[in-house]
Design a protein around this ligand. Structure first.
Ligand SMILES: *Cc1c(COP(=O)(O)O)cnc(C)c1O
Length: 364
């Protein structure tokens, strides 16, 4: 049996350190905005090379709080990719703004910068690229567009912790970088968690107020805020795992490169931009025979998944608003993509078994 991810292997490898960290957090009884939260924020900002890092309750909240801190609201349009997890668009909608979808690059699956300018209107306030599957979006081109049109740039880094482009970590290029610590993400906690990076001290202060009931001083409330904090137990776990993140990334890249070597002649394997570091949150192929491959893998008890089967503009919730929208690349990729098991500790033998099973499926 080969799962998509195996969180147990990692827990068992780190059990002594994690158990000690969790027990320490419990013993301190500073459960909300405690010392591990402050330390984790500092350590993450240092690791990423970000000016500031403000943790919160989830990746979805990180996006929502960043969008609010950016001053985006009702009547505004925000350009993003249709080929992402729904949370990217949900966060735009929570603020009362409208997501405007721009088609993707067929090689990287990320928003295609060449198509962005024609989607800009007087109402456009921001661009939210997603570094999908751990591959950095084309930030040079996107940053230039944001500068030329005076748009905010918010990065969805939920799948890209540790990914870099041009020597710079994702999450430190735009005004805000939004991270998720959902358990299966590259840096995952043992529940929900998220974090926002930003360069401006003023923005960091605003995010801290927003995540804590609009309050800077206890029981003084300047704005309507939220209850969106990372708890100290999760921060304690994340501090242990942050110290290993480079090993995790190296493990994911090792698995991905072996898959690409074994499958490059029979499927379209992930493209790696030479200018960046892809951290392989997912390993996603394109093939015309997805059904045959997935059936064969299932028969051998090997997991596989489709990320994502339906682009956002074709989801029921957006279907009416996007009735006239046509994004052929996203639609084509959604119909041909499939993702294989990948996690940092995945044994080489398992990678070979998955690849061999795919070869057999295509030979049948
Ligand atoms: C996981 C994910 C999110 C949301 O993160 P949560 O922590 O689950 O709220 C947002 N955007 C993308 C691209 C994601 O993969």
């Amino acid at each position: 049996m080969i799962p998509m991810v195996d969180l147990k292997i990692q827990y068992h490898a780190l059990k002594a350190e994690i158990d000690q960290a969790v027990l320490g957090a419990i013993e301190s009884t500073q459960f909300i905005l405690g010392p591990n939260v402050t330390s984790f924020e500092k350590e993450t900002a240092a690791y990423l090379g970000a000016g500031h890092a403000v943790s919160c309750a989830s990746g979805t909240d990180a996006l929502q709080l960043a969008i609010l801190a950016a001053g985006i609201g009702p009547g505004d349009e925000v350009i993003t990719t249709p080929f992402t997890f729904i949370a990217t668009a949900e966060a735009i909608c929570y603020a009362g703004a409208t997501p405007v979808y721009v088609d993707i690059d067929p090689k990287t699956f990320n928003i295609d910068p060449k198509l962005i300018e024609e989607a800009i209107t007087p109402r456009t306030k921001a661009i939210i690229p997603v570094h999908l599957f751990g591959q950095p979006a084309d930030m040079t081109a996107i940053t230039a567009i944001c500068t030329a049109h005076k748009l905010m740039l918010i990065e969805d880094c939920a799948q890209s912790f540790g990914a870099a482009t041009g020597g710079t970590m994702t999450g430190t290029i735009g005004s805000f970088g939004c991270f998720s610590f959902f358990p299966s993400k590259n840096l995952g906690c043992y529940g929900d968690g998220g974090l926002i990076t930003c360069g401006s001290a003023e923005d960091a202060e605003q995010l801290k107020v927003l995540r804590n009931h609009g309050s800077r001083v206890r029981y003084h409330h300047s704005i309507i805020g939220y209850n969106s904090r990372l708890d100290d137990i999760q921060a304690a776990i994340l501090r242990v795992k942050l110290r290993k993140i480079d090993e995790f990334t190296a493990g994911r890249r090792r698995v991905a490169h072996l898959y690409s070597e074994l499958l490059g002649d029979i499927a379209t394997v992930p493209h790696e931009d030479g200018n960046g570091v892809h951290v392989y949150h997912q390993y996603t192929l394109l093939t015309d025979r997805r059904d045959v491959i997935m059936a064969k893998l299932a028969e051998k008890q090997i997991s596989s998944a489709i990320y994502y089967p339906i682009p956002l503009h074709r989801q029921d919730v957006f279907a009416k608003a996007c009735a006239t929208v046509s994004l052929p690349v996203a639609e084509e990729v959604a119909s041909r993509c499939m993702s294989l098991p990948i996690y940092p500790e995945m044994p080489e033998e398992s990678v070979r078994v998955v690849a061999q099973t795919i070869r057999e499926a295509l030979a049948d």
